[in-house]
Design a protein around this ligand. Structure first.
Ligand code: MRU
Length: 356
């Protein structure tokens, strides 16, 4: 089984998701700038995987810092955190991970110890914390899977959009984790994967990782989902999320909103599977979620080949927001939340929410 991301002695190792499925290649990021670039250019993508990469980028930057005074290291931490935080705006897991690393850094710097010892300890503890975030993410996905599998029928076909699988996380996946858990429980689950224009995460990544696992998958273009729902081929839709507001509005890959509306029209449950680190209770509604606008040439070109007249205007919002009224349940490691989300999501955080 492939590894999405890993800490190594040479740096942060990632499977290059831009090159899948044509080639399974790995890249090593040797410094935090390279990690930031890998997040920005989609070498690694998917909210939880971006969070892990962000944590590892911070750890790498602090580890390599030449600063020999606490004040210098603190200034460097902020430079690194700012570089990582400016890569992609929508997935809150990135900001959650940087915040978690900042808390560990501050705790270490407040220790009663000589400066040199504190600096050494900060470097070590941040590397450990980043590796812990990765290990926890996999365990969290297994818990999400278990909670979500209870919602699946004994035999069914599920639609998914984008890639919310092992490639989008530390491993196992959120939406695809639910499917993996259902299959592990003996359920007969088949998947329909939306190709997910324009970046093709469904065609290139979801189809690839499910096929690797021997999970039956059928690829469709995004505009076919309504047809298959109406025909009775699909019995549920499950997607991941990049940020969930306090009222249950869900930001996820562009096209998710259309899937949710179609699912409601066809009486099919629409589920969102995500870790608690994707929930941002500081935002009262999805209108406040920043939506990344990516380059228009990702719409006008396919693998570098133009598919539209030259100089045509194009737009590429990378995410949309699905209003909570279309979401039948939000599946997390802490349990399954349903309407009214303002109450059910808050109840998942007895000790407060630190996502942003
Ligand atoms: O632009 P991407 O590929 O990073 O977008 C990914 C998604 O929208 C996923 O559905 C989401 O991050 C959840 S991944 C478990």
């Amino acid at each position: 089984m492939f590894k999405t991301i890993e800490w190594t002695a040479q740096g942060v190792l990632m499977i290059d998701q831009r090159r899948l499925p044509a080639s399974e290649t790995y890249v090593t990021c040797h410094n935090y700038g390279e990690v930031a670039e890998a997040i920005q250019n989609m070498t690694i993508r998917g909210a939880p995987a971006i969070g892990v990469a962000a944590a590892m980028g911070v750890a790498l930057g602090v580890k390599d810092s030449p600063a020999n005074a606490a004040s210098g290291l603190r200034a460097e931490f902020e430079t690194i955190a700012a570089a990582i935080s400016s890569t992609r705006p929508t997935a809150v897991n990135l900001f959650w991970a940087v915040g978690r690393m900042r808390r560990v850094f501050e705790e270490t710097m407040e220790m009663e110890a000589p400066e040199a010892a504190k600096i050494r300890a900060a470097k070590e503890r941040l590397v450990e914390e980043a590796q812990l975030i990765l290990a926890e993410d996999i365990a969290i996905n297994k818990a999400i899977g278990k909670n979500g599998a209870a919602l699946l029928n004994e035999s069914m076909t599920v639609l998914t959009h984008c890639n919310a699988g092992a490639l989008a996380t530390g491993g196992y996946g959120t939406a695809l984790g639910v499917i993996r858990a259902g299959i592990a429980e003996g359920k007969q689950i088949r998947v329909f994967a939306d190709e997910t224009r324009p970046f093709l995460q469904g065609a290139r990544l979801t189809a690839w990782e499910l096929a690797q696992d021997g999970i039956p998958v059928t690829l469709i273009t995004d505009n076919m989902a309504g047809h298959f729902m109406k025909q009775g081929t699909l019995q549920a839709a499950i997607v991941g999320a990049d940020r969930i507001a306090a009222n249950g509005d869900v930001a996820n890959k562009i096209g998710t909103y259309s899937v949710a509306v179609l699912a409601r029209e066809n009486n099919i449950p629409f589920y969102v599977a995500a870790p608690l680190s994707t929930i941002d209770l500081s935002l009262s509604s999805g209108d406040q979620i920043p939506i990344e606008e990516r380059a228009a040439n990702e719409v006008t070109h396919l693998s570098g080949v133009p598919i539209a007249p030259g100089n045509i205007e194009a737009r590429h919002p990378a995410f949309d927001v699905t209003p909570h009224r279309y979401v039948n349940a939000i599946i997390t490691e802490g349990g399954v939340a349903r309407e009214p989300y303002t109450e059910s999501l808050k109840a998942l955080f007895p000790y407060g929410n630190t996502s942003s």
